[in-house]
Design a protein around this ligand. Sequence first.
Ligand SMILES: [Zn+2]
Length: 231
Amino acid sequence: MKIPRIIQKSGLVMTLLATLASCSLQLNENQQNPSKTKRNMIPSQTLLEQTIGDVEKDLGITFSSPIKISQDNGLTYPHYENGTIHYPINDQTQDLDSYQVIRHELGHAYVDQIRPRESESTPLAINGKGLNLQEFTKLTPYKDTIDRIIEEGIGEYFEKGVTENGKPLNEFEDNLGTANPYKLGFSLVDPLIDAFGPEAIRYLLHNKPITACSIGDLISYQQEALSQLNY
Ligand SMILES: [Zn+2]
């Protein structure tokens, strides 16, 4: 049996079948979890190894290939690419919690191990967290909307861990363009990964929604994923 927690968490979602037509959705909020203590540690290989250990333990996963960290100076934002977390030290990154950032980027590393990225030259920006999807897409083009939402959702899940519940999808306003892809993505993937762990991550990466232009589409997709994974 692998369902109990999911039933609790997705009760609202399970009862709602929104039929929302527009391809734009409205949401812009900026809450941080105040219970987390900020840790401005040097983003070193040692910190990376410790963080990998924490994430593997928390999520019950294993990284199958080595990951490095590099403090390159030529880039603005931390991002993951081809086995390396690039973590520049500059004005934009000095106030970030490096442990949390690394956890998030490890989500992208895990995605890469499950489903290697197509060639993608533009890094995903960690400080895109304050942006809505339209702004974020300008910053990091070349990806489908749903890929962004799912991948940033997984990144957020790795960062937050299994204990933090996402906002139910039906509480998002139906304007995808103004939604925050990190918060929306987290709400999409959170109940699935909570209940089914790495199996849910594989499902998310190999079964994209056929349509994903409204919150209603995402709710339907989440419900379908829950029933498929529970089968
Ligand atoms: Zn990310």
